[in-house]
Design a protein around this ligand. Structure first.
Ligand code: SF4
Length: 464
């Protein structure tokens, strides 16, 4: 019964530094927001690939990993996970390391394959045994079955068979390989270190390592980094890109650049456009921290209404602690948020939220704000109503649970108990995406799936 959309994963790879494990761990810390259920790291010293994974946060992994003697090398790949396919136990965490005829190979994947279920069934019929229930293992099986001569040819053969969203990192004893699906759904960037290279989901991971942003890994591109240098291959010509617009709305960190744009700038533009589309007379603008801070600032700037901190978020309430106890939802929200009474009392308040999923948490937040003495509450949402699930690596509730799939905006307003409710339009969202607005996926709002309609994407693996 989730009431938030979760990112599936964050990935980072380092090549050419004797501190590769440390640097990749730092990168994972920066990408923690993309997944908090498990973290893992694979490392190679040029001859042997080792892998370590734990459930929980990156800090938990680092604490335990530091005690492993000899866990070092000059190539490392890290992964932090929030599961969307496969259950969230350790066997489904990544990187997944295997031995096959070409040697050792590990994969770290951000995204979701829409034909993983079909491919897996076919391979199982032919005798393959899968160890996990997550779709990323499919890559390794396809690579192992390929009869090509080199690692990069085997990976290319696998990439030609999969369909869906993937930003990928592979580590072998001697190489780091990065690849991005032809639609470029999830972000992936390349950075330069003094003596080596870094590949990461977002540029905030480059910043913490001290790497300089070089460029994005392009849609349909594979980059092989090894003793021979850096080699780029384009394995698919894709006329249409489909970057996930939700990365700008909610998932990526505001201090990152993704899809060649600053997240802060785009997210702020969403708030400004929202203020233009849905103005309202009020005394203050507040955010639902932290995810809507930047959009709320944009709304305040464009409307001239002051931005205030009206809700305080407790950052130290872990996932386990807040796992829902039936009938205790109010307590769950109160553990996470507390209203600032002196800010809210007798004020007409605009709450800027990035998205509404089921609406249950927002309803409770509204009641907290009213209980702190607010005179009026107006909700402004910096995205259009979410009516459709995501098949490309975000964890959405089912369509039936999405409030916008069964209620009109007016019905939602009444359910939330607020004075007004306004969602940014798809047109406004496209405007904020700029000249390249056609290069984005808007399917959870529009129902137009870039890789075909829902019926063709049904063969995803069963969700947890
Ligand atoms: S459906 Fe929504 S969340 Fe999924 S990739 Fe498209 S825009 Fe992103």
């Amino acid at each position: 019964m989730i009431d938030e959309i979760h990112e599936e994963c964050g990935i980072v790879g380092v090549y050419g530094s004797k501190d590769a494990v440390h640097l990749a761990s730092l990168g994972l810390h920066a990408l923690q927001h993309r997944g908090q259920e498990s973290a893992g790291l694979a490392v190679s010293d040029g001859t042997l690939v080792k892998c370590y994974k734990t459930q929980g946060l990156v800090s938990n992994m680092v604490r335990k990993m530091d005690r492993i003697p000899g866990f070092a090398g000059h190539i490392a790949v890290g992964h932090t996970r929030y599961s969307t396919t496969g259950s969230s136990n350790l066997i489904n965490s990544q990187p997944i390391l295997v031995n096959y005829q070409g040697g050792q190979l590990a994969v770290a994947h951000n995204g979701n394959l829409v034909n993983a279920g079909l491919l897996r069934k076919e391979m199982e019929k032919q005798g393959s045994i899968f160890h996990s229930t997550n779709d990323s293992e499919v890559f390794l099986h396809l690579i192992a079955r390929s009869k090509k001569r080199s690692l990069s040819e085997n990976i290319l053969a696998a990439l030609h068979q999969v369909k869906g969203a993937y930003s990928l990192l592979f580590i072998s004893s001697k190489h780091l390989v990065a690849a991005r699906d032809p639609y470029g759904v999830r972000p992936l960037c390349l950075g330069k270190l003094k003596d080596g290279w870094v590949v990461a989901s977002e540029t905030c991971a480059l910043d913490i390592i001290g790497a300089k942003y070089e460029r994005d890994i392009e849609p349909g591109e594979m980059v092989v980094i090894g003793p021979e240098g850096v080699k780029s291959t384009f394995f698919a010509k894709q006329k249409k890109k489909a970057h996930c617009i939700f990365e700008f709305i909610y998932f990526s960190r505001p201090d990152s650049r993704i899809f060649k744009h600053s997240v802060d700038r785009v997210r702020r533009a969403l708030g400004k456009e929202l203020a233009r589309e849905f103005p309202v007379e009020a005394d203050i603008v507040i955010s639902v921290p932290d995810s809507s801070n930047t959009a709320a600032l944009g709304y305040a700037q464009a409307s001239g209404i002051p931005f205030e901190i009206g809700l305080i978020r407790n950052h130290y309430v872990g996932r386990t602690f807040i796992s829902p106890v039936q009938g205790d939802r109010d307590a769950k929200v109160k553990l996470k948020f507390n209203p600032v009474k002196g800010v809210l009392k007798d004020r007409r308040v605009i709450i800027v939220e990035d998205s509404i999923v089921r609406g249950t948490t927002l309803k409770q937040l509204v009641s907290l704000v009213f209980s702190a003495g607010a005179k009026e509450v107006h909700i402004r949402v910096s995205s259009p109503p979410v009516c459709n699930p995501c098949f490309y690596g975000m964890d959405f509730p089912s369509r039936d649970e999405l409030i916008a799939s069964s209620k009109t905006v007016e019905q939602t307003r009444r359910y939330l108990g607020v004075d007004s409710l306004g969602h940014l339009s798809i047109k406004g969202l496209r405007k904020c995406a700029g000249d390249e607005c056609d290069d984005y996926c808007y399917a959870c709002f529009s129902g137009q799936y870039p890789m075909g309609n829902i019926s063709t994407t049904k063969n995803i693996l069963e969700r947890d």
